[in-house]
Write a protein that binds this ligand. Structure first.
Ligand code: H2B
Length: 114
């Protein structure tokens, strides 16, 4: 059991045989990322958060920081950039649902907010 907080952990490589988190694990992990909601879109469970920004330029800059983190970790989100906000969604494409990686990435995304 990894006792580091989620935002200190690295994302493992995504594999098609990686385990999805159970409902109980998801509930526990979510305590560390209270601003994220679990949503099901097209049958796929995801973590979603809307980050409020001052304007479009700040929203774009934040999205780029999330993009750099994603490239660094090899795990990629859906990003919707709008005037004054960015919607971030994390899930693991290979398993069509939530892996522990997604909770780590959500916690690390929280740290990128200015
Ligand atoms: C080879 C590479 O690691 C994989 O294709 C990665 C890339 N980024 C990814 N990101 C996400 N969110 N899920 C994946 O399954 C995934 N797979």
């Amino acid at each position: 059991m990894n006792t580091q907080t989620l935002n200190q952990q690295q994302c493992d490589a995504c594999r098609a045989d990686a385990p999805r988190v159970t409902e109980q694990e998801a509930n526990e992990l979510q305590q560390q990322i209270p601003d994220w909601e679990r949503v099901e879109l097209d049958g796929v469970l995801q973590l979603r958060r809307v980050f409020r920004m001052k304007d479009f330029v700040e929203a774009l800059a934040f999205a780029n920081r999330v993009g750099e983190l994603a490239e660094q970790q090899g795990h990629h989100p859906a990003l919707l950039v709008e005037y004054g906000q960015v919607t971030v969604r994390w899930w693991t494409h290979k398993i069509g649902g939530l892996h522990r990686n997604d909770f780590i990435m959500a916690a690390r995304t929280d740290q990128l907010q200015q």
